[in-house]
Design a protein around this ligand. Structure first.
Ligand SMILES: [Zn+2]
Ligand SMILES: [Zn+2]
Length: 191
């Protein structure tokens, strides 16, 4: 979704943007941690406020309804992931040669002087007179994904020998199993 900076009035602009399931699926496909997929569409609430120097303060909030495999037993887990961010959007340096009439970026990468400001984590750059929320949402969703998904804190995982889900039933391998570290000690003793 593209917001025209002119649309942001004195008191700020609040808008809601639907986050369709296919869009979320596409975003999640880029996640470093694999296996996340959207369980439902979501909705982003964004508040934009113009501040000094052409800057725009952006606050975004959504709750994502996702599914991901439990890290220990691989059972599908349904989870709600809150995404909340506040960013200061800084206008890219104005290209004075360009006619003001054209409505979007021409893909020019000529000036890169704006990028030094990105060192600060909560700054981002927008170009021209409009702000594209999609890449921002994309990045913030990926940043919000949990490191560690478990079906429950005391998930017992899968049996390393037979693959049985130990939350469901004990498999009996446990009693026969010899810890490999102990096996090594036993060998040492015998020698
Ligand atoms: Zn589990
Ligand atoms: Zn087993």
């Amino acid at each position: 979704m593209v917001v025209q900076v002119e649309q942001i009035r004195e008191g700020g602009l609040t808008l809601t943007q639907p986050l369709a399931q296919p869009f979320l699926a596409e975003v999640l496909a880029d996640a470093v941690r694999e296996g996340f997929s959207p369980a439902a569409a979501s909705q982003l609430t964004a508040k934009l406020l113009r501040t000094a120097g052409g800057r725009v303060l952006l606050e975004g909030q959504t709750d994502l309804s996702l599914v991901a495999p439990c890290k220990r037993c691989a059972t599908e887990v349904r989870l709600t992931v809150p995404v909340h961010f506040t960013l200061t959007l800084v206008p890219a340096p104005v290209e004075r040669d360009r006619p003001a009439a054209d409505d979007d970026s021409d893909g020019s990468e000529a000036e890169s002087s704006g990028s030094f400001e990105l060192a600060e984590a909560d700054l981002d750059v927008y170009r021209g007179k409009q702000i594209d929320l999609d890449p921002i949402v994309r990045e913030q969703v990926l940043l919000s994904l949990p490191m560690h998904v478990v079906c429950r804190e005391d998930c017992r995982g899968l049996c390393g020998m037979c693959g049985q889900n130990l939350n469901e039933t004990a498999c009996g391998c446990e009693s026969k199993r010899v810890d490999p570290r102990l096996a090594v000690l036993k060998d040492i003793k015998l020698n």
